[in-house]
Design a protein around this ligand. Structure first.
Ligand SMILES: [Zn+2]
Length: 109
């Protein structure tokens, strides 16, 4: 079972308390963007075997959105952080690098 700690209220919640929101850190493309960029924003998602960044909502708790970094193969959670950040915090990247040497941000393989 997936257990994530809400970075706002501090509750360790299992997945029954949470709602998934898909991939985190998407670049939004709106009016004025190219058709390819808009299509990519709407339909293209990563589905990595390994490190992944996701959006979750503490639906049956404080109700706030947050991001989680985890390994999709092992379910190891590297950390959670507020959804208002544009990239993962340094400590979470360091935790990922410790487990996956050579890993880089936006390197989803
Ligand atoms: Zn919460």
């Amino acid at each position: 079972m997936l257990i994530l700690t809400c970075p706002y209220c501090g509750v360790r919640a299992d997945e029954t308390e949470l709602s998934p929101g898909g991939e985190a850190h998407l670049t939004r493309h709106g009016p004025g963007s190219s058709d390819d960029d808009f299509h990519g924003y709407l339909f293209t998602r990563e589905n990595p075997r390994g490190v992944h960044f996701e959006r979750w909502r503490h639906a049956y708790g404080c109700g706030k959105w947050f991001h989680a970094a985890r390994d999709t193969m092992t379910l190891e959670v590297f950390g959670t952080y507020p959804a208002q950040t544009t990239e993962p915090p340094r400590d979470i990247c360091d935790a990922i690098t410790a487990r996956h040497p050579g890993w880089n941000w936006r390197d989803f393989s």
